[in-house]
Write a protein that binds this ligand. Structure first.
Ligand code: HEM
Length: 471
């Protein structure tokens, strides 16, 4: 691959802007992204031009090409100032994905600036991923307790046998409770956070104002914790780099909140789905008691970061069968690349271990998910899935797997709902219903989760416009 990188593209060769592109985000892509990746691959090879909400980019589909882009940071840059279309003013000003890309935080930095920011994140996250440190075991205990309380609420609301949406009634509130605890958020920030992160990530028409509101909320959180430090990630980021301004810390927290809420939440749901739909290897790893392996297998089948954020070519380079020109945007697709891995692992020549070791669910190269964050994310997913398996005697999907509604954005693939018919094991205690007249003192997880549930239900598809909390 590198052998080509200093060669010159043919003068009359096609450029990204000159090629006809098919839009990626279609109804077909929502339902069956694998079929879209296969069609693109058979038309163009391992790198294909696609349209993302009207803007042409290269989608990298082949495993070899994806790992090349992720690992070679001198050629594939993250800083969006390398993006030629942006520098030349060719992006529509209201392009819905621009708001997220304009947030200058660690993901969109290169070289020493990036390394410095990564050190700060690592140092601030480490105490929480270490099960032997007080912060680590307190967080572990809190995740398990929140999960138990949410199952208890389910028992209180719907009984020990009933129907539930494990997205809205379990996973999403769980991740928000964990974020609130980890970030040291005053409770009021929670509702703002969930609504605006979803709007920004989905690239909706109001993604710009939603991003600005979420950044404002995290900047206020940074200022709050600077004045009143605690045992939380926000305060530890400031300890690790006291030179961080409130605005920059706000931007870093914003990006972490995306991973902690949306990506980790989708990993929980995708893992539960693989278990419920009876993925044979997932079930085997479960029955062998290897929950970590179960999570890896689910990441292979359905990585929540399906298509990673853009890299920009530092110079003209041949990738797959196309010439990518300096400043073109490329999106490495973990989901498409996993098709190659699944094909290899089903070969008679290679053992099944290939697949879990080589998956790109955490990314690869200098921008891969930091080790402390991976530990933390893995612990949260394993605990959340493990508590469901502990508490449910039986759970089955109420929709055929191919009819489940997916949120299929430019980056994330995650379930909108995970509807199940369930039976709880004996001994799951329903959460206590509080008398509404009783004044609430400290914000309990139960009370907080109930408020979140109300908000989340308003956000669900079909929720009434007049019920929405934000304009
Ligand atoms: C199961 C859950 C998680 C998954 C599947 C996941 C996946 C990923 C992936 C694929 C990337 C690389 C993206 C790219 O190269 O474009 C990444 C980066 C990152 N993740 Fe995670 N992540 C998870 C949990 C977390 C958590 C819990 C945190 C923090 C609390 C976190 C923080 C980060 C950060 C800060 C980066 C950017 C690293 C950089 O640019 O150098 N992640 N993650």
């Amino acid at each position: 691959m590198e052998a080509h990188s200093h060669a010159t593209p043919p003068a009359d060769g096609p450029t990204l802007g000159s090629l006809p592109v098919e839009p990626l985000l279609t109804a077909e892509f929502d339902v069956d992204p694998g079929a879209v990746y296969e069609r693109l691959r058979s038309t163009y090879g391992p790198v294909a031009p696609v349209g993302l909400m009207g803007v042409p980019v290269w989608l990298v589909l082949g495993y070899t090409e994806v790992t090349e882009v992720l690992r070679n940071e001198s050629l594939w840059r993250r800083d969006i100032r390398y993006w030629r279309a942006r520098a030349e003013g060719r992006l529509p000003r209201d392009w819905p994905l621009l708001a997220g890309y304009e947030v200058r935080q660690m993901m969109f930095m290169d070289d020493d600036e990036h390394l410095g920011a990564r050190r700060t994140h690592h140092s601030a996250l480490s105490p929480f991923q270490d099960a032997r440190s007080p912060e680590g075991w307190q967080l572990r205990a809190a995740v398990a307790r929140y999960a138990d309380e949410l199952v208890g609420m389910l028992a209180a609301e719907s009984g020990s046998v009933g129907f539930a949406d494990l997205g809205a009634q379990y996973t999403r509130p769980l991740l928000l409770m964990v974020t609130t605890k980890l970030f040291g958020c005053p409770v009021e920030l929670g509702d703002e956070l969930v609504m605006d992160l979803w709007r920004m990530l989905d690239g909706g028409p109001d993604s710009g104002p939603a991003t600005a509101r979420a950044l404002g909320a995290f900047t206020r959180l940074a200022a709050h914790r600077r004045a009143r430090p605690g045992d939380d990630l926000t305060s530890y980021m400031l300890l690790a780099d006291p030179g961080l301004s409130d605005e920059q810390l706000g931007r870093e927290l914003f990006m972490n909140a995306v991973y902690l809420n949306d990506i980790t939440g989708n990993m929980v749901l995708n893992t539960l789905l693989e278990v419920l739909r009876g993925n044979a290897t997932v079930r085997r790893s479960l029955s062998a008691g290897q929950l970590g392996e179960t999570v890896n297998r689910a990441a292979l089948a359905n990585p929540p970061v399906a298509n990673m954020c853009f890299r920009f070519a530092a110079r003209d380079v041949r990738l797959g069968e196309v010439w990518v020109r300096a400043g073109d945007a490329v999106s490495p697709s973990a989901a498409a690349a996993h098709h190659d891995l699944l094909a290899i692992s089903s070969s008679h020549l290679v053992g099944s271990t290939v697949s879990t070791r080589a998956h790109l669910g955490w990314g690869a190269g200098p921008h891969q998910c930091p080790s402390a964050a991976r530990e933390l994310g893995g612990m949260i997913v394993a605990t959340a899935v493990g508590r469901v398996l502990d508490h449910f005697a039986r759970a089955e999907l109420t929709l055929p797997p191919d009819q489940l509604p997916w949120r299929s954005g430019p980056v994330v693939r995650g379930l909108r709902l995970l509807p199940v018919r369930y039976e709880l094991r004996a001994g799951v205690l329903p959460a206590q219903r509080r008398d509404p007249a009783e004044p609430s003192t400290a914000p309990t997880a139960d009370g907080y989760a109930r408020r979140l549930l109300t908000v989340l239900r308003r956000l669900m598809p079909g929720g009434k416009e007049e019920d929405r909390v934000l304009p």
